[in-house]
Ligand binder design. Structure first.
Ligand code: NAP
Length: 289
């Protein structure tokens, strides 16, 4: 019978354990607060008496806890570390690239395989054919355990052998989401101040999603190629657009922090002589720290 251990039974870890049970795995679980295991035990999971027993129970140990420090609190005891030898640790806790690389080095030094993942979905969205999960680490280890990982979500992206890649690209995509979200909320403030229904504005933004996604994909290709000659949108248009949004915010007395920030960035790009290049040339400003 296929088996796995899941350590950490918060919102996400419990979901991962339940998905494995639903897929016919023999699942051993452990959580600092044992009571959280009860619904899973009722579903057939085995509650290990200790983290050591949990690690010992299965070849694959999935861990999903608050942060990497918690991982080391749980797995750091000498006997538990020793039990990792010959196992595969799948770290699905969110963290930084440095933490992921350190975790990989630590696991490998103790004779364990290691994969690092970043879950890009909420617990209720797990287990779907398109649930996005980024994975990185040793490729042979990933291929060997891909079927198990697919139980958590069909939208797996393997990002290569650098164990820090999943955490890095998780941060990169979150940057995009937060940037777009703040822009969206400034737009909601414009709509609200202008007496336009904000739910209708939201629906219009959702409608431009696929077109905007294509545009961003293209801009990523431009940066990767290093050829910033204008193909879609000259940066100068955005200098004017962001300045217009900032000016309008000030004129109508609404908060102008977001458009002023964007406008300042584009102005600096224009001052650096990038106005006649593709908008992706803004990265040349961002390369300066
Ligand atoms: P959660 O519900 O708050 O659960 C946190 C888990 O970490 C619990 O099992 C908790 O144990 C354990 N924990 C915290 N500190 C610990 C320590 N010092 N020693 C031992 N165990 C400790 O969080 P979650 O939503 O499951 O998230 C878990 C991971 O998934 C996080 O890294 C999060 O970023 C990631 N994630 C979550 C979501 C989401 O929407 N929930 C989405 C994507 C990624 P106790 O039960 O004993 O407190």
């Amino acid at each position: 019978m296929k088996s796995a251990t899941v350590i950490g039974l918060g919102q996400m870890g419990s979901t991962l354990a339940r998905l494995l049970l639903d897929s016919g795995y023999r699942v051993t679980v452990w959580n600092r607060t044992a009571a959280k295991a009860e619904p899973l035990v009722a579903q057939g999971a085995v509650l290990a008496a200790s983290a050591l027993a949990a690690v010992s129970a299965s070849r694959v140990v999935v861990i999903c806890v608050h942060d990497y420090a918690a991982t080391h609190d749980i797995l750091g005891a000498d006997d538990t570390v020793a039990a990792l030898t010959g196992k595969v640790l799948v770290q699905l806790t969110t963290g930084s690239p440095v933490e992921a690389r350190e975790s990989d080095a630590w696991a490998v030094a103790h004779g364990s395989g290691y994969l690092d993942g970043a879950i890009q979905a909420a617990p209720s969205q797990m287990g779907r054919p398109d649930t996005p999960i980024l994975l990185s680490g040793n490729e042979a280890t990933y291929r060997e355990h891909e079927a198990l990982l697919r139980v958590f979500g069909g939208g797996l992206s393997y990002l290569g052998p650098d164990p820090g890649a999943a955490a890095a690209i998780d941060m990169a995509t979150l940057s995009y989401i937060y940037g777009a979200s703040i822009g969206f909320f400034h737009g909601a403030r414009i709509a609200e101040a202008e007496g336009f229904p904000v739910d209708q504005y939201g629906a219009l933004v959702a409608g431009i999603g696929p077109t905007f996604a294509d545009f961003l994909k293209y801009e990523g290709e431009v940066i990767q190629s290093g050829d910033f000659s204008v193909g879609e949108s000259p940066l100068s248009i955005s200098v004017e657009a962001t300045e217009r949004i900032a000016r309008a915010a000030r004129a109508s007395g609404i908060n102008d922090e977001f458009p002023s920030f964007a406008s300042d960035l584009f102005k600096r790009a224009a001052e650096a002589g990038l106005g006649g290049e593709e908008i992706a040339a803004i990265i040349k400003v961002l390369r300066v720290t």
